[in-house]
Design a binder for this molecule. Structure first.
Ligand code: CP3
Length: 350
């Protein structure tokens, strides 16, 4: 099945997909990373008694959780509810997502043999993803669904460290000290990420986002040598499907140009970088971002004034998708996001 946007003209012409292709839009489209999840009471309720990874493998739950913020906020795109480690779980890597901690891998990957023991991903590993995406595309109608995967560096960090890490020290030690193992690991994870995104696009996702959340942990030179080529490989494979590709990371001010050159249609800008600078570094590509996620805790008028500044800066880009500069913080008041969504859509109307 082709991307739903290929057969549905209203979807193809949605503000989100137009902005992602750097085409003029009637207003600036808005969605939020982590819009589905812990900030929503309806999410906490439906998740009761089910582990995170179990819920990702139950299509009816994935559909409902993905739809919750779309109904509540009227955002311009849905983000598929899952996690970046789900495809690893699906091919058989022994890992869990521990509440309050994050992904924990039973046996960290450090050697060539460890890498070779990880199977490549085929669509048969993830029938529940195909089913969930197909269900969502039916429910969403003219609202685009964004599929996603973790980028090779960020996923490698969980595999090598065995869990969440601030310094990514073991990961970078492997990168610097065992380039052959590093290459094998990155080739393995790139292949899994690309195959996993292809499954989502084949089932009807009309855009994808590659999350390289921890790419800001490496120097610009090391990014270019050890990280960017593998993300480029994933983005190039998805380019063949024709859907727009968003490339996002945190703390990436020094590498935004390289993230664009990796093959993105849209460069995700975190909140530390002034959006005007992000637009320049994105080199003629569309941008996504970048309100500081903590501004939702400020008085509404302060939040909206800062959102107005982001919209004004975004007007200079060939395409601008409004978002926060990273995911929604769990203690966020959903009513603030509702006000923010309405403000972005109304204030930017042209
Ligand atoms: O709201 C929720 O967080 C609910 C469910 C949940 C997700 N991941 C969904 C998810 C939970 C509990 C996790 C675990 C997890 N995995 C964490 C959080 C640890 C914690 O409990 O505080 C983290 C950091 C991971 C690893 C991970 N997952 C990364 C680095 C990313 C990339 C995005 C980012 O935040 O930097 C993900 C993607 C992810 N996990 C999404 C969702 C819904 C992405 C899609 C989206 O934007 O909604």
């Amino acid at each position: 099945m082709p991307a739903a946007s290929a057969t549905n003209p209203a979807l193809r012409d949605s503000a989100f997909l137009r902005a992602a292709r750097s085409e003029p839009t009637p207003y600036t489209p808005v969605w939020f990373m982590r819009q589905a999840g812990r900030s929503l009471p309806e999410y906490l309720k439906i998740r009761e008694g089910t582990t995170m990874l179990e819920s990702c493998m139950r299509p009816e739950l994935v559909v409902e959780i993905t739809m919750q913020p779309v109904r509540r906020y009227g955002v311009d795109a849905a983000i598929f509810f899952s996690d970046i480690v789900l495809p690893l779980k699906a091919v058989g890597v022994d890992l869990e997502i521990e509440p309050g901690v994050g992904p924990v891998v039973a046996e960290p990957v450090r050697t060539l043999a460890d890498v070779e023991a990880i199977p490549d991903l085929t669509p048969e590993h993830v029938p529940f993803i195909t089913e969930a995406v197909q269900g969502l595309v039916g429910e969403l109608g003219n609202t685009p669904l964004i599929g996603f995967a973790g980028a090779p560096f960020t996923v490698a960090s969980y595999l090598v460290e065995g869990g969440p890490s601030k310094e990514h020290a073991q990961t970078k030690a492997l990168m610097f000290g065992a380039p052959d193992v590093w290459d094998a690991l990155m080739r393995k994870i790139s292949g899994i990420a690309a195959a996993y995104l292809e499954v989502q696009v084949d089932a009807g996702a009309s855009a994808v986002q590659l999350f390289d959340s921890w790419a800001g942990a490496v120097t610009r030179d090391d990014y270019g040598t050890y990280v960017q080529p593998w993300s480029a490989e994933v983005l190039s494979r998805i380019g063949e499907t024709g859907v727009p590709r968003i490339h996002f990371g945190v703390g990436t001010g020094e590498i935004l140009d390289l993230m664009g050159e990796a093959g993105a249609d849209v460069v995700g800008v975190d909140w530390r970088v002034p959006l005007s600078a992000g637009i320049e570094r994105a080199g003629g590509r569309a941008v996504q971002g970048n309100l500081d996620p903590t501004l939702v805790f400020a008085p509404t008028e302060v939040m909206l004034e800062r959102a107005r500044q982001v919209l004004d800066a975004g007007a200079a880009a060939p395409g601008h998708i409004f978002n926060l500069g990273h995911g929604v913080i769990p203690s966020t008041d959903p009513d603030q996001l509702a006000r923010l969504t309405a403000f972005v859509q109304e204030h930017s109307a042209r």
